[in-house]
Design a protein around this ligand. Sequence first.
Ligand SMILES: Cc1cc2nc3c(=O)[nH]c(=O)nc-3n(C[C@H](O)[C@H](O)[C@H](O)COP(=O)(O)OP(=O)(O)OC[C@H]3O[C@@H](n4cnc5c(N)ncnc54)[C@H](O)[C@@H]3O)c2cc1C
Length: 365
Amino acid sequence: MYDLVIIGAGPAGLMAARTLPNNISFILIDKKKEIGKPLCCGEGIRRNGFVKLFGSDNYGFIRNSVNEHEVIYKDIRRRFKASYLELDREKFEKFLADGIADKINLNTKCDDIVINKNCVEVITNKGRIKAKIAILAYGCDFRIQRKYSMIAKCPRLLLCYGGICKNYGFDKNKFYAYFDERYAGYFWIFPKNENEANIGFATVVRKTNVKDIFNLIAKKITPKLRMVSEYSGVVPCSGPIDKTYSNRLLVCGDSAGFVYAGTGEGIYFALESGRIAAETAKEAIIRNRFDKDFLAKYEKKWKSSFGKLMEAGLIFYDLQGLAFRKGLVKELFTLPKDEEIEGMIIKGDVPLKAKLVWHLARLVK
Ligand SMILES: Cc1cc2nc3c(=O)[nH]c(=O)nc-3n(C[C@H](O)[C@H](O)[C@H](O)COP(=O)(O)OP(=O)(O)OC[C@H]3O[C@@H](n4cnc5c(N)ncnc54)[C@H](O)[C@@H]3O)c2cc1C
C-alpha cells in the first residue's frame, strides 16, 4: 500500500507530487499518454503567483511576459496594468514532472474511488491502487466529489475554443480581451512573440458553437490569422465546490472549482492548491490522521492563500453577467479606476461599490 495516490498529472497533481519529500511513497496516475499533451489552455499565468512558487520568471518554458492588458468593447479600449507570463504549457508540465518520472503511471484512468476505514482504493483500467490518502486533481470532472457529497450540483462551465495562431497582428507586449454581449463571452489574444499567439474564445452559453463564434470574431479583428493547432475544453466557473476534503481525500485544481470565475484563470490556483494539498497529506501521513476533522485544515489553508481571489472572481463574473443583460457593459469597463481593476484581479480586493451592487443584485434576484 502507498502512503498517497494522486489522480491527474496536470498542474495541480504534478505540483502536489513535486512538493512531497522522498520518504513518502506515492504514485501519480493519469489517463493521458504524454505529460503536457494535448494542449487545451490559453497558457497565461499571473507573474506574482508564479514567482512566489518558483522563485523567478527566468525559465526556458516562459515564452512572453506582459505588464499591460487591453480590454476592448465596441469603441471602448481600456488599458490597465497587470503582470502576466505566457507559458509553453507542455514544456512547463514536463519541467514539473522532472525528477518524479518513475512515480508517474500514464495511460491509467481512474474510474472510481472507494474510501474504506483503513485505506482508499482507486479503481483504474489497470487494477486497484491502495493508499492511506488520495489527492484528486483530475481536472473538470465532478463524479467522485458528488459521490462523497462534496458538491450538490455540477458547477457552471465556461466553454472554450482556440489554438496557437500565426499572423495575429497585435502588439506582443499586451494581453487582449474582446468582450461581446451577443455571445456572453470574451475573445483573448495572448501573444508568445511578434508572430505567434495563443488565441481563444470562452462563453457560458450552452448549445453554442464556440468554434463558429471564434471564427466570426477572428475574421473581424484579425483577418490574416492562421491557426496552426486547435483545442476546445471547459473550465468550472462557479467558485470552489462546497467541500474540498473528505475522509482520506483532498481535492485540488479544477476538480475543486479553483478558477477565477470572471476570467477562467486556473493554472496558478491549481499549482498553489496542489502544493497545499501535498503539505496537508504529508502531515496526515506523519500523524496517521486521515479523518475529515484533521483534513479540514486543507480548506483553511487554501482559503487563507487565495480564498479572497475566489470570491472576487465570482463577483467579477456576476457583475459581467449583470452588465451583459442590462446593457451596462460600457459602464462596467469605464467606471472602475485602474487600481480597482488590478486590485480585483490580482489581489482579490473588491471595491465597496462593486460589493454593494453585487449584494443588491442578489437580493433582487
Ligand atoms: C481552453 C482553455 C483555456 C484556458 N486558459 C487558461 C489561461 O490562459 N490561464 C489559466 O490560468 N488558466 C486557463 N485555463 C484553465 C486551466 O487550464 C485549468 O484551470 C488548469 O489546467 C487546472 O489544472 P488541473 O491540474 O486542476 O487540471 P487539468 O490541467 O485539467 O489536469 C487534469 C489531469 O487529469 C487527467 N485526468 C482526467 N480525468 C482522469 C481520470 N479519470 N483518470 C486519470 N487521469 C485523469 C487529465 O488527463 C489531466 O492531465 C484554460 C482552460 C481552458 C479549457
